[in-house]
Design a protein around this ligand. Structure first.
Ligand code: PEP
Length: 252
């Protein structure tokens, strides 16, 4: 009953012109492949062009971050309303690169998630353990804690607009992928945590993606796992043929 969601995270790649060209090339390749939702999370300045190119297609557009205040003296930040008006439907919050390089904490991830949901955006909430935590055997505790902190104060109704992306930090951009079993198990821990905070119904309904070097070669076996409801894809979302192959794997 959960719909698979395949989302690309372009990170700091592609100019507005390149974004438009990419989406016009991708659209015919993924047309009618509706067993999954398809989202491209693009740089802020690409959103308007990307949304225009995606009009009338099954590709939805997202941003990669959002500020938690509605407006004001926050130089360089972008509000949820700005994203919506530019044409974004989704926003990534809490990506590990924001946590690692830009001081993002569970507290600010929580604030951003609340602001995005209040404005009407759908949130792709990223969380996951670092290598030392996996090696120390505390992955389950780490992802359960992140899930609780990042979703604090968010209602079960609001949760319907949240996708969780389980992204082991050691697997992002490294070419190392969690095994399908590891991905399934940890997505399962997140689902159980959702059941504990909210309800079994909420846990059954929430989409939990895997992210971390997912590509055209490994997507099918990762997506085949019961607790893996899609993928958040970095590197492989920058090539139309690779991204299409992942969409194809989700449509089998
Ligand atoms: C990501 O940026 O969320 C990601 C998973 O990147 P990659 O697929 O390149 O590991």
């Amino acid at each position: 009953m959960r719909k698979t969601v395949i989302a690309g995270n372009w990170k700091m790649n592609m100019t507005p012109k390149a974004a438009g060209e990419f989406i016009r090339a991708l659209a015919p390749e993924v047309k009618g492949k509706d067993k999954c939702d398809i989202v491209l999370c693009v740089p802020f300045v690409d959103i308007a062009t990307a949304a225009e190119a995606a009009k009338g297609t099954n590709i939805k557009i997202g941003a990669q971050n959002v500020h938690f205040e509605e407006k004001g003296a926050f130089t360089g930040e972008i509000s949820a309303q700005m994203l919506l008006e530019a044409g974004a439907e989704y926003v990534i919050v809490g990506h590990s690169e924001r946590r690692q390089y830009f001081g993002e904490t569970d507290a600010t991830v929580n604030l951003r998630t609340k602001a995005a949901l209040a404005a009407g955006l759908k949130v792709i909430l990223c969380l996951g353990e670092v290598k030392e935590q996996r090696l120390s055997g505390i992955t389950d505790e780490v992802v359960a804690m992140q899930t609780k902190l990042d979703l604090a104060g968010i209602t079960e109704e609001q949760l319907k607009n949240v996708i969780i992306a389980y992204e082991p930090v050691w697997a992002i951009g490294t070419g190392l992928t969690a095994t399908p079993e590891q991905a399934d198990e940890t997505c399962g821990v997140i689902r159980k945590t959702i059941a504990a905070i909210y309800s079994e119904k909420a846990a059954d309904g929430i989409v939990i993606q895997y992210g971390g070097s997912m590509n055209d070669g490994n997507a099918a076996e990762l997506l085949a796992k019961a607790n893996v409801d899609g993928g958040l894809i970095g590197g492989a979302s920058l090539k139309t043929d690779k991204f299409t192959a992942i969409v194809d794997a989700a449509n089998k």
